[in-house]
Design a protein around this ligand. Structure first.
Ligand code: PEP
Length: 248
């Protein structure tokens, strides 16, 4: 596996001044791939001052152009310098009505524009307690595979984000994460995808003090970081933990 990838998801946070201050405390590290996914209005600002770090967005329209007020196309994101776009984040699924079908379409749109979609999958607490983790994730992945095929899957990054761990301070343990990541990799292999080449990130309450253990797991290829990516020192500590465990 290539070196690890750490992606900050700023969510609905930031201002011109706050972004400058945050990025002023972040430096690209050799041996780990780093990216930040920022709100649309700040893509130009952040893109202009990133060196050695990639730019990304947090969602994308399934449509390319036309009468879709408020939407932002993948082509627009590519044109302003994005490399990544998050699709299917659980907050988009639960708060904004996205489902497996729309996530599949958005993944198609991202690939069409040459972006790398970071496809989020993960179970709720009730689904975990019912023993349905891989069943739920298999359905989420299947919907994407039906839209982009195995070839398309090989151009994605998968993010395992258990819903119960996002923004709660309760991260999956390293062993819990590893078990699901191995399951996702198995699923990819069983469906004919180049499983060893597809990065599988873990997201959900990753902090400076648990990153090391998570990134030491053989199937954890990096992290999708929410809250901790808003504090330069914490984000850098997480990136350093990824660097120290590079090479997957
Ligand atoms: C996320 O929003 O993708 C996320 C993982 O958030 P947090 O790190 O804050 O749990």
């Amino acid at each position: 596996m290539a070196q690890k990838l750490v992606v900050g998801n700023w969510k609905l946070n930031g201002s011109l001044a706050a972004n400058d201050a945050l990025l002023g405390g972040c430096v690209a590290l050799v041996g780990v791939d780093m990216a930040v996914c920022v709100p649309f209005p700040y893509l130009a600002q952040v893109g202009s001052c990133l060196t050695g770090m990639a730019l990304g967005a947090q969602t994308v329209s399934e449509f390319q152009s036309g009468a879709y007020t408020g939407e932002v196309s993948a082509e627009m994101l590519a044109e302003v310098g994005c490399r990544y776009v998050i699709v299917g984040h659980s907050e988009r699924r639960t708060l904004f009505g996205e489902n497996n079908v729309t996530v599949g379409r958005k993944t198609v749109a991202a690939l069409r524009a040459g972006l790398v979609p970071i496809v989020c999958v993960g179970e709720s607490l009730a689904e975990r307690e019912a023993g349905q983790v891989m069943e739920v994730i298999g359905r989420q992945l299947d919907a994407v595979r039906e839209c982009i095929g195995v070839q398309g899957l090989s151009r994605t990054v998968i993010a395992y984000e258990p819903v119960w761990a996002i923004g709660t301070g309760r991260a999956a343990s390293a062993d819990e994460a590893q078990e699901v990541h191995a399951g996702i990799r198995r699923w990819l292999a069983e469906h004919g995808a180049p499983a060893e080449e597809i990065r599988i990130l873990y997201g959900g309450s990753v902090k400076a003090d648990n990153a090391e253990a998570l990134f030491a797991m053989p199937d954890v290829d990096g992290g999708l970081i929410g809250g901790a990516s808003l504090v330069a020192r914490d984000f850098m500590a997480i990136c350093q933990a990824a660097m120290a465990n590079g090479g997957g």
